[in-house]
Design a protein around this ligand. Structure first.
Ligand SMILES: [Zn+2]
Length: 131
């Protein structure tokens, strides 16, 4: 299932090279070999400057998030070496569309979400005078 996002996702970042996480995975496996998608750790998606990203649990890297389920994470900084270069799952919040609706009224650099409640985001909009 491909979720639609108004913000920038990995599909936008990779452009024509890979349109879905599955295409990315197929290419990656063809080059490096079979890799599993591990059940843990799960990486949380967050919004940074209008982009859905996920922070690497092993290093300071971060990658853009695929909005195709299962959303997969592979860090191009450390190559997920801590888990044998296998892939991790990314958790996209179920209410991501509501988060995006609140963020879209902001300038792109101010479109940030890191677990805040919807009411907290709305309050930030009100304080900034963009609601
Ligand atoms: Zn990493």
């Amino acid at each position: 299932m491909l979720l639609e996002s108004e913000l920038i996702t990995a599909r936008d970042g990779w452009g024509a090279r890979f349109r879905t996480g599955s295409e990315f995975l197929d290419t990656y496996q063809a080059i490096i070999g079979d890799r599993r998608i591990l059940d843990t750790p799960i990486v949380q998606a967050r919004v940074n400057h209008g982009r859905w990203i996920a922070d690497c649990p092993f290093c300071i890297g971060a990658e853009m998030v695929w909005f195709e389920e299962p959303s997969i994470f592979f860090c191009f900084s450390c190559r997920n070496k801590a888990v044998g270069e296998h892939l991790l799952r990314v958790e996209i919040p179920r209410n991501y569309e509501k988060i995006e609706d609140i963020l879209m009224v902001r300038h792109p650099v101010n479109r940030n979400w890191d677990g805040e409640t919807l009411s907290a985001l709305k309050s930030e909009n009100t304080k900034a005078g963009v609601a």
